[in-house]
Design a protein around this ligand. Structure first.
Ligand code: 5AD
Length: 436
């Protein structure tokens, strides 16, 4: 087995400086990888540049020539999983599987074919081995604490007609609603009162909420609670993303759903694949902590497609990856398509943890909606985040992006954390006794 190549990691002062540095380095033909900044180096810039040790001098010269400043440079080791092969002894039946797990143990990157192998293997003992490895990776890179965030679905109006989505334009929903600032703030304060640190503001693509309206809301949330803000409001122009970021939004969730262009176009009649990728690149450039994700079980989707999705998340240095099964939604063109499988979704969560390592992987609502134990199972398969649904109860039945969408409340979150033997975050100010 080849020794692990030594690497260095370059930490910059801002995402735009990091991207400029990366461009300058790459223009010299030097290979770089963008990686989530390890937590010991602080939060100043969430994505950093990894380079081979032998390129260090050339890289530093290149940056100096271009007057590009950086904050720090450190030796960087891709996360190894010591003792993995020993632990998986009884799971290893083929040489291919052994070689892949060996690479993971040694901190080497695995290839698209190897990812595909992990997604395709039908050997029960190998599948169990994948979950064991993912759980070890999760424990070593992000620990036992489950991050708990709260989502407020503030509008179910949408100008788009995505074929799978239960709130698509033209789809009959029990009622369309829009929450005004005051009502959204009530939800924010409830989450804040529980000690939750991040609020996710999600909606259909609804232009009723102008940039100005959203800026006022973001500023108010910051003033009154100092919470971290995640936006999940779809595609918008660069200038809007920029204004919202400057107003204080921290994270953005914009899922690619699939990296197979044909499937992307088939399921999104109003969208263009390249434009979606461009939006994600803008968000990264603006310094958002960038979220993406996919759906599993889309029509025509193959394990090779999913392997490509996982490599896309890694190459784009995505920090939050929402992986959920496709669920047919009543009244949509896809209402009679078969549902994605729980087992495959869990396996994709596990393999994503093994490939992307230091990332937030939510136990998705979609998974919980088709399996009552879905959240617990996801936490055991590499996930480390739960998103509560904090939409006021009178609106919830109107935000059925898929049928029978589950309610993730504090009670079910506590249950999943307990059942999976994990820890609640110290910042929570509410205990399980108080919600039961
Ligand atoms: N099945 C599964 N997930 C869905 N989403 C939307 N509609 C469906 C569906 N029918 C997911 C998409 C979207 C997120 C908000 O919800 O991945 O990005």
């Amino acid at each position: 087995m080849k020794a692990v190549n030594k690497k260095y990691i370059i930490i910059c002062y801002s995402t735009s400086e990091m991207l400029n540095a990366d461009r300058a380095i790459k223009s010299k033909g030097i290979h770089t990888d963008l990686v989530p900044t390890p937590s010991e180096y602080g939060t100043i810039c969430s994505t950093s540049i990894a380079i081979a040790a032998e390129d260090r001098q050339l890289v530093e010269n290149t940056l100096a020539e271009n007057n590009l400043d950086f904050k720090e440079i450190h030796p960087y080791e891709s996360r190894k999983l010591s003792g993995l092969i020993e632990r998986l002894k009884s799971n290893i039946t083929t040489q291919t599987f052994k070689d892949i797990m060996n690479k993971i143990q040694e901190g080497l990157d695995i290839t698209k074919d190897e990812i595909t192998y992990l997604l395709k293997t039908e050997s029960k003992s190998e599948i169990d081995g994948i979950f064991t490895a993912a759980d070890q990776m999760r424990k070593e890179v992000v620990g036992d604490v489950v991050e708990i965030r709260g989502a407020i679905e503030f509008s179910n109006y949408c100008k788009k007609s995505c074929n799978y989505c239960g709130i698509r334009k033209g789809c009959t929903v029990p009622g369309r609603y829009r929450m005004e600032e005051e009502e959204i703030m009530e939800g924010v304060h409830q989450l804040h009162g529980w000690g939750i640190k991040t609020v996710i503001l999600q909606s259909g693509e609804d232009d009723y909420y102008s940039t100005e309206t959203l800026v006022n809301l973001i500023k108010r949330i910051k003033d009154e609670t100092k919470m971290m803000i995640t936006l999940s409001i779809g595609e918008r122009p660069f200038a809007d993303y920029e204004i919202l970021r400057e107003a204080g939004a921290n994270n953005f969730l914009l899922k690619i759903e699939t990296t197979n262009k044909d499937i992307f176009n088939f399921i999104h009649p109003d969208d263009d694949f390249d434009e979606r990728v461009r939006c994600s690149e803008w968000l990264r450039q603006l310094g958002y902590v960038n979220g993406s994700g996919n759906m599993i079980g889309l029509p025509g989707q193959t394990p090779e497609d999913i392997a490509k999705d996982i490599l896309y998340f890694k190459d784009m240095a995505i920090h939050m990856i929402g992986i959920g099964p496709f669920i047919p939604a009543k009244g949509t063109p896809f209402e009679s398509y078969p549902q994605g499988s729980v087992e495959m979704t869990l396996r994709v969560v596990a393999v994503t943890r093994l490939v992307c390592k230091n990332v937030f992987l939510p136990a998705t609502t979609a998974l919980a909606s088709i399996d009552p134990d879905g959240q617990t199972k996801a936490l055991q398969a590499g996930a480390n985040t739960i998103m509560l649904i904090s939409t006021p109860s009178k609106y919830r039945s109107n935000y059925q992006i898929y049928s029978n969408k589950n309610m993730i409340d504090l009670k079910s979150a506590f249950k999943a954390v307990e059942e999976s033997g994990r820890k609640l975050p110290k910042y929570l100010k509410i205990t399980s006794e108080e919600v039961l």
